[in-house]
Design a binder for this molecule. Structure first.
Ligand SMILES: *Cc1c(COP(=O)(O)O)cnc(C)c1O
Length: 443
């Protein structure tokens, strides 16, 4: 396919075929699905997604930061086909195959920090979070867990307890897991501790010790602190330099395990294999999923050998580490290490530079932040009050879709830019030009 045959809108979406599928879906699928806009996909290639009416879109959301190597990468597809031809399943919790051993070794070796690691494979991010909750409690003999406001850790009952990005994710489901405590995240743009100050004063870390640990919770009852090195669903929030190190030090003072949820930020997206590496910290447990299998369902809990104390049969999974998914993950890691991670860093710089220029032009942009191809543009009604402009982000996303650009919001009023890691200069420029044009229409 010649490179620039996208975006291409030939029928205003949703076209007739899309409308028929949307209607059928609405009749039969469960009522909880969000469905951001009526995109009905028939196929994809690289950063291009084609709908059932023949419209072609430039994808800057990657199926929520999942399609890391783009759509239908020939090396990933070949690995999947080769593995599928041999066997679809045997159950890695009970039997052996090379792909599982190879992927676990590979993830253990690429995870940040010098200590030896072990790996538990899952089908999803939320299952990796569940595994970490269980292992952290098991290994420490403690029950309490600290997580951050705005965090997203998934939707199963344990993981959703740690999640605190939207109240409707909890509404009606209680009681949730006991002994989970939420504290403020290092959200520099809207910080209650250092707003108006020239630099972050680490007030949000201090308060954990000075308030939570003195009035409410004995630190020696805390099993783990779960954090996202860049908050994802919460609004693509990059904490200030030194923050991750402060968390590591806090954990070390009290024997608390530090759990990095890199389900969204990992596997090359930020220009490094894992976002923790930007600050050189080693978490005790690191979680990955989304981009790991290029879209095949696979996640992993990577834990330091010294805390992986649970015994044979303590945890398991029928499908986790499925052989076809392992093959997809190994092929993905080859590509990420073989150039895509470097491309993410390079394209990310271009993206940030272009987004910052947009900020000069459009007063509705309050903040631009990101690392690599995990970039957020936060919209406000007024730069002084910083009142979130939620409706504007929604309008922008819908409008961009109709013009052939796939976007997604995050947090209250942030646009997240998370394209497949295979984007090139032209894709980045096209996406930013389209956002610019949409904003000009909306201003
Ligand atoms: C998406 C996400 C999860 C949940 O992953 P699923 O595969 O949807 O279960 C957990 N943590 C973070 C940071 C995520 O972005």
């Amino acid at each position: 396919m010649p490179a620039r045959e996208y975006p291409r809108i030939i029928v205003p979406p949703p076209g007739p075929r899309a409308r028929a599928i949307v209607a059928r879906d609405a009749e039969w699928t469960s009522t909880c699905y969000i469905k951001e806009y009526p995109l009905v996909v028939s196929r994809g290639q690289g950063v291009m997604v084609e709908d059932v009416d023949g419209n072609r879109y430039l994808d800057f959301m990657a199926g929520i930061a999942v399609s890391s190597t783009g759509y239908g990468h020939p090396k990933v597809v070949a690995a999947v086909k080769e593995a599928a031809d041999r066997f679809l399943h045997i159950c890695g919790s009970d039997f052996y195959y090379e792909g599982m051993a190879a992927l676990c070794e590979r993830l253990a070796r690429v995870a940040p920090g010098p200590s030896k690691k072990r790996v538990f494979l899952t089908n999803s991010g939320t299952e990796a979070v569940e595994a970490a909750i269980k292992l952290a409690r098991y290994a420490t003999g403690r029950t309490a867990i600290i997580a951050f406001r705005g965090a997203f850790h998934g939707r199963t009952t344990g993981a959703v307890t740690l999640t605190s990005s939207k109240a409707r994710q909890h509404a009606g489901f209680g009681p949730l897991l006991p002994d989970v405590h939420h504290v403020p995240f290092a959200y520099r743009y809207r910080c209650q501790f250092c707003s108006g100050q020239a630099a972050c004063n680490r007030g949000c870390v201090d308060i954990i010790e000075k308030e939570l640990f003195t009035r409410q919770l004995d630190p020696h009852d805390v099993a783990a602190i779960f954090f996202e090195p860049i908050q994802g669903e919460g609004g693509y929030i990059v904490p200030p330099p030194g923050y991750l190190t402060s968390l590591r030090e806090l954990c070390d003072r009290y024997g608390i395990l530090l759990v990095a949820d890199e389900v969204q930020s990992g596997i090359g997206r930020t220009g490094k294999m894992f976002a923790c590496e930007h600050e050189g910290i080693e978490p005790d447990i690191l979680l990955t999923a989304k981009g790991l299998g290029s879209g095949m369902p696979i996640g992993a809990m990577i834990s330091s050998d010294s805390i992986t104390t649970w015994k044979n049969g303590a945890h398991g999974s029928t499908f986790g580490g499925n052989p076809v998914c392992c093959a997809a993950a190994l092929a993905t890691l080859d590509l990420v290490e073989g150039g895509l991670m470097a491309n993410a860093a390079r394209m990310g710089e271009r993206l940030m530079a272009r987004a910052s220029r947009l900020m000069e032009k459009h007063p509705c942009i309050g903040d631009v932040r990101g690392r690599g191809l995990m970039a957020g543009i936060e919209f406000v009604k007024d730069r002084d009050t910083r009142e979130p402009a939620a409706e504007l982000v929604n309008e922008l996303v819908q409008r961009a879709f109709r013009q052939g650009l796939l976007l997604l919001g995050a947090g209250k009023s942030t646009l997240r830019l998370a394209p497949p890691l295979v984007v090139d200069e032209n894709d980045v420029d096209t996406a930013l030009d389209m956002i610019d044009a949409c904003l000009a229409e909306l201003d």
